[in-house]
Design a protein around this ligand. Structure first.
Ligand SMILES: Nc1ncnc2c1ncn2[C@@H]1O[C@H](COP(=O)(O)OP(=O)(O)OP(=O)(O)O)[C@@H](O)[C@H]1O
Length: 337
């Protein structure tokens, strides 16, 4: 069957898959060129990105995230392995697979002399979306650019440009949207706006995959997270499960008097005294109960003035997983952030 590019039919033709994206043993080795040796950027990645999820791809600089995305987008040829987007094999039906995915690249590469309306129309034309099926006005509205529809792209702010890029990636109504570092270099207020927009897209049924260096972003936004390091998946689970695996909490207690040492009654726990009246007890919620710690404090004859707990966050897990020694053969340019 010829792989004709008609996005709507291409996507509708397939029954709805459980996995929006499924890759098996995906490998990519960039060939040596000049003095640069060959680089094995992906070393057998297998992932199933559930349909409807908001999926985070996290990893330090050089981990292989862009390579992974670019293979899905049809911009980089894989060395081996299989990849299916919305159930469509990228080797068997590359154009249909591409029609099922929209990619928002990191760089804001917009033609400065086109208006948002023109850019969206042009993009729809490139994807072969018939005029009657184009959603230009709805998309402009969705990304809050209706009143800028006829302004030159060069006059748009950075945030507006990024939103326009999202609209551009959505012109062919792909069920899967990939955002490469959507909030890199974006201020806090705008980041919140973009997050809200991504959440809305996801609620409306789009499977969203995003790469980010902001762990906070992944933790806030994503229901599932895969952590990639040195071209391999080192962790992949529902965000709350990943956080649970940390199983580490701190109890911060303000005492009613000064101490000069951690009381002996607390010896079964890992306790420190960062200030004379401040006791910090680290514990594993699955093993120790806060009540036991408080009982030990009372047994030491101490009164409690205030109490709070601090939970480990994704940052701890990320550092734990990516700080492992560099595997043999890894290039020294794979720096950690
Ligand atoms: N075209 C290329 N030719 C040779 N090596 C490449 C090429 N593109 C990427 N690499 C190498 O492959 C590895 C993975 O790069 P990739 O860009 O996929 O990582 P990344 O996780 O996206 O990093 P970043 O967070 O910096 O975008 C790196 O060591 C990189 O230097």
């Amino acid at each position: 069957m010829p792989d004709a590019l008609t996005p709507a039919t291409a996507v509708k033709a397939f029954t709805v898959p459980d996995a929006a994206v499924e890759v098996r043993d995906l490998r990519k080795t960039y060939k040596a060129s000049g003095k640069a040796p060959a680089k094995e950027a992906l070393k057998g990645i297998s992932l199933a990105i559930p349909r409807g999820s908001l999926y985070g791809l996290l990893g330090p600089n050089g981990a292989g995230k862009s390579t992974f995305i670019n293979i899905l987008a049809g911009l980089v040829n894989k060395t081996s392995g299989t990849a299916r987007i919305w159930g469509i094999d990228i080797d068997q039906a590359p154009r249909s697979a591409r029609a099922a995915i929209g990619v928002v690249p990191q760089e804001l590469n917009l033609d400065p002399f086109f208006t948002p309306r023109e850019l969206l129309d042009l993009q729809a034309g490139l994807y072969g979306v018939p005029k009657a099926e184009r959603q230009t006005e709805r998309l402009l509205e969705a990304v809050g650019l209706k009143d800028k529809a006829n302004a030159y792209a060069r006059t748009l702010s950075g945030g507006m440009r990024r939103r326009l890029m999202v609209a551009k990636a959505m012109v062919h109504a792909p069920p899967v949207l990939v955002l490469d570092e959507p909030t890199a270099g974006v201020d806090v207020e705008l980041r919140q706006m973009l997050w809200a927009h991504v959440r809305d897209l996801n609620k409306a049924g789009t499977t969203v995959v995003l790469t980010t260096h902001y762990l906070e972003e992944a933790q806030e936004l994503c229901d599932t997270i895969a952590i990639v390091n040195h071209g391999q998946v080192v962790a992949c689970d529902a965000t709350e499960n990943l956080l649970r695996t940390l199983d580490s909490k701190e109890l911060v207690v303000t005492l009613d008097r000064d101490l000069d040492a951690v009381p002996a009654a607390l010896s079964p726990f890992k306790a420190t005294l960062p200030a004379p009246r401040k006791l910090v007890v680290s514990y594993q919620p699955s093993r120790a109960k806060v009540g036991e710690i408080l009982a030990a404090i009372a047994a030491a004859g101490l009164g409690v003035q205030d109490i709070s707990t601090v939970e480990s966050d994704l940052e701890d897990l990320f550092l734990q997983l990516t700080r492992a020694p560099r595997p043999a053969g890894a290039a020294p340019d794979d720096e950690y952030r």
